[in-house]
Design a protein around this ligand. Structure first.
Ligand code: NAD
Length: 254
C-alpha cells in the first residue's frame, strides 16, 4: 500500500487532501498541532487506512519523532505533502520579530525539516515525491503580508532547489499555489475585517474562491507516480496570477 503524509491535516486543505489520498487507496499519515481523533474516525469510517501523530512541524525534535514513527510503521513514504501553515496580516512596519519568526518557522523552516528528514529516506530508496503548499502570495506581493509572503516565496525557492538537487535521484519536488480558499484560515482572516468575499470573487477570473478539494486534486495530480513534472509552482487560482486587468475591465466580462 502506498503511503502519504499530510501536514496540517486537521482541517481545510490538509483534511481534504487526506480524504482524497485515502479514497485513492493510500495509507494516510495525518499530522497537525491539533488533536486528530475526529479526523481519524471520519476517514476510517468509509474504509480509509489512516494513522496520526500530533505535534508542531516547526520543532526539529517533533519532525525527527515523526520520521522515526513512519519508518517504524511503514517500509517507505511515497508522498509528503507540506500543507501546514499559518496566516499573518500586519503592515510590514508593525511586524514584530516574534511574529516574523513564527510565520517563517512554521511556513518555511517546518517544510524544510520535513523535506530533509523524509527526503533523505526517499533518496536512499531512489523514489518518492513531495508537494509543498505555497500560495499565489509566493508568486506576487500582497499588501500587509510581508512575513507570510516571504515564507511562501521561500517555499517556492526551496521547491525549485530540491527539484534540481534531487531530480536525478528519483525524488520529485513540486508546489501548488492556491488563490484564496474557503477554509478556517479565510474565516479567521476575514474576521479581522481585512477583506470581504466580494474582494476575492471580483479579483478571480473564474469568479469564486478555491475549494479545499480543488487544491487537493492538484496535489494528487502532482503526486502521480508516473509524472515527469518536477520543480513547478502550479497556480490553483481560477486565473488570478494570469490576469493583470484592472477590476472594472475584468468585471465588464461578468
Ligand atoms: N486559505 C487560503 O486562502 C490559502 C490560500 C493560499 C494558500 N494557503 C495555504 O494552504 C495551506 C492550508 O491552509 P488552510 O486554508 O487549509 O488553513 P487552515 O488554517 O484551515 O489549516 C491549517 C492547518 O495547519 C495546522 N498547523 C498550523 N500550524 C501548525 C504547526 N506548527 N504544526 C502542525 N500543524 C500546524 C493547523 O492546526 C490547521 O489544521 C497553508 O499552508 C496556507 O498557507 C491557504
Amino acid at each position: 500500500m502506498r503511503v502519504a503524509l499530510i501536514t496540517g491535516a486537521a482541517q481545510g486543505v490538509g483534511f481534504a487532501t487526506a480524504k482524497m489520498f485515502a479514497g485513492m487507496g493510500y495509507h494516510v499519515v495525518l499530522t497537525d498541532v491539533q488533536p486528530l481523533d475526529t479526523q481519524i474516525a471520519k476517514l476510517s469510517a468509509p474504509g480509509g487506512s489512516v494513522s496520526a501523530l500530533s505535534g508542531d512541524i516547526s520543532s526539529e525534535a517533533f519532525v525527527t519523532e515523526l520520521a522515526e514513527k513512519v519508518a517504524c510503521d511503514h517500509t517507505a513514504l511515497d508522498v509528503l505533502v507540506n500543507n501546514a501553515g499559518i496566516s499573518m496580516i500586519c503592515p510590514a512596519e508593525d511586524t514584530s520579530l516574534d511574529q516574523w519568526q513564527r510565520v517563517i518557522n512554521i511556513n518555511l523552516t517546518g517544510p524544510f525539516l520535513l523535506c530533509r528528514e523524509f527526503g533523505k529516506k526517499m533518496l536512499a530508496r531512489g523514489q518518492g515525491n513531495i508537494v509543498n503548499v505555497a500560495s499565489i502570495a509566493g508568486l506576487h506581493g500582497v499588501i500587509d503580508r510581508s512575513a507570510y509572503n516571504a515564507s511562501k516565496h521561500g517555499l517556492i525557492g526551496l521547491t525549485r532547489t530540491l527539484a534540481a538537487e534531487w531530480g536525478n535521484r528519483g525524488v520529485r519536488v513540486n508546489a501548488v499555489c492556491p488563490g484564496w480558499i474557503k477554509t478556517e484560515m479565510d474565516e479567521a482572516d476575514q474576521g479581522s475585517g481585512a477583506y470581504s468575499d466580494a474582494d476575492i470573487i471580483n479579483r478571480v477570473p473564474m469568479g469564486r474562491f478555491a475549494k479545499p478539494e480543488d487544491v487537493a486534486r492538484a496535489i494528487a495530480f502532482l503526486a502521480r507516480e508516473d509524472s515527469f513534472i518536477n520543480g513547478v509552482s502550479l497556480p490553483v487560482d481560477g486565473g488570478w496570477v494570469a490576469d493583470a486587468s484592472w477590476d472594472a475591465l475584468r468585471l465588464k466580462k461578468r
